[in-house]
Design a protein around this ligand. Structure first.
Ligand code: 3HC
Length: 345
């Protein structure tokens, strides 16, 4: 009898405890949700330790990791031209820009890590071809003028898309974007200046600049993502104050910016259908080849295979750096804990 009692009491207790625990967990979740809803309504910020819905975390991870990969893969078309830049000054500027892109990747991987994603896993997904990165970086950079067109159009589109992200509701992402956008502004100006110099150079140089603008214009417009009626994520991302404007809205603003700037360059945009719609107060452009966009996203763009291959090689080449950095960090940590023990003794 005594034995029976002994067995039954803990079982009842543990049932009681787990009920209490689950009630507490439910209360925590309800409080967390209420805080999250308040933050969204007040258009304020969620920080890493705050409760957030799983779907919000997943959406952020999807966008931030894609963004980080884009910065890293985006180094390639320009890095190819560092050794062929026409002067020491251009070489130094281009090198600094490519290094900036690496830095952007690092800020963004760090922001993703605050959401619980491991950076090694993100890198593994990228080099295994399982992760997305921006369509734009699957196009080749054929001439020096492409450095101008990439800076002006691609970084210009990036700024247009990313300035509103400085106000993203997730703190670490928004803060990373502030610094990134400042650097992107410098990138765009250096691209503009390359094109300006070429367009005021020989007729061949001007033609080279025009040709580069012709090739990068449509892919730059596609960077903003599919049209709104084919964008499955926009609505929810906007409701969560991650994205502030729809893909088409930003694309239209970008066209308006470029229309003004291309005049100063003395070049033209390869789109005879650009016009300002007085009724909607929006810039309109000619049709884009969304089949081409889908092909690029499916891995069948002009440079997809090459970009991934190069990233894999760079990852392998960098193995010794990672090993050395890890060994150094372990040594420092051991030294630090030794000092702490000595201090305590
Ligand atoms: N390239 C590749 N994939 C794209 C894309 C593009 N240009 N545009 C959209 N997609 C993908 C989306 O990721 C999504 O795929 P998923 O569901 O598998 O993730 C799908 O197409 C449907 O698109 P949605 O419009 O529904 O997706 P989003 O709401 O996420 O909007 C976005 C897409 C506008 C790119 C948004 O994610 C965003 O603003 N991202 C942050 C900015 C960014 O990543 N920029 C990349 C360029 S980096 C750069 O510019 C570097 C600089 O140095 C030049």
């Amino acid at each position: 009898m005594a034995a029976q009692n002994l067995q039954s009491v803990p079982a009842e207790l543990s049932r009681g405890e787990s009920q209490e625990q689950s009630q507490e967990a439910a209360q925590r979740e309800a409080d967390g949700q209420a805080n999250f809803d308040r933050v969204m309504a007040e258009d304020s910020r969620i920080e890493p330790r705050d409760w957030m819905p799983d779907a919000y975390r997943k959406t952020l991870l999807r966008q931030i990791s894609q963004h980080a990969h884009s910065e890293i893969i985006g180094m390639q078309p320009e890095a190819n031209w560092i050794s062929r830049a026409p002067s020491l000054k251009r070489k130094a500027i281009l090198m600094a820009k490519v290094q900036d892109e690496a830095g952007h990747g690092l800020y963004l991987y760090s922001a993703a890590e605050t959401l619980g994603q491991n950076r090694d896993k993100m890198t593994a997904d990228l080099i295994a071809g399982k992760a997305r990165y921006s369509s734009i970086f699957n196009y080749p950079a054929l001439t020096w003028a492409d450095m101008g067109a990439i800076g002006w159009l691609v970084d210009g589109a990036a700024i247009c898309n990313q300035v509103p992200l400085c106000r993203a509701s997730y703190g670490p992402y928004g803060r990373a974007m502030v610094r990134i956008c400042k650097e992107e502004s410098f990138h765009q100006r250096q691209g503009f200046e390359i094109l300006l110099e070429l367009s005021h150079g020989t007729p061949e140089q001007k033609q080279m600049a025009q040709d580069a603008v012709n090739r990068w214009y449509a892919p730059a417009l596609m960077m903003f993502g599919p049209p709104d009626d084919d964008s499955p994520n926009s609505r929810q991302s906007m409701a969560w104050n991650i994205k502030r404007f729809s893909n088409d809205e930003l694309r239209s603003r970008f066209v308006g910016m470029m229309v003004e700037q291309v005049r100063v360059l003395g070049l033209t945009l390869p789109d005879s259908e650009i016009r300002f719609n007085e009724e909607t107060r929006k810039w309109e452009h000619g049709p884009l080849d969304w089949n081409e966009f889908k092909e690029v996203l499916a891995g069948r763009g002009p440079c997809n295979a090459q970009r991934l291959e190069r990233r894999r090689e760079a990852h392998d080449d960098g193995a010794w750096v990672r090993e050395a950095a890890a060994a150094y960090a372990a040594k420092r940590q051991a030294k630090q804990s030794m000092t702490t023990k000595e201090y305590a003794a």
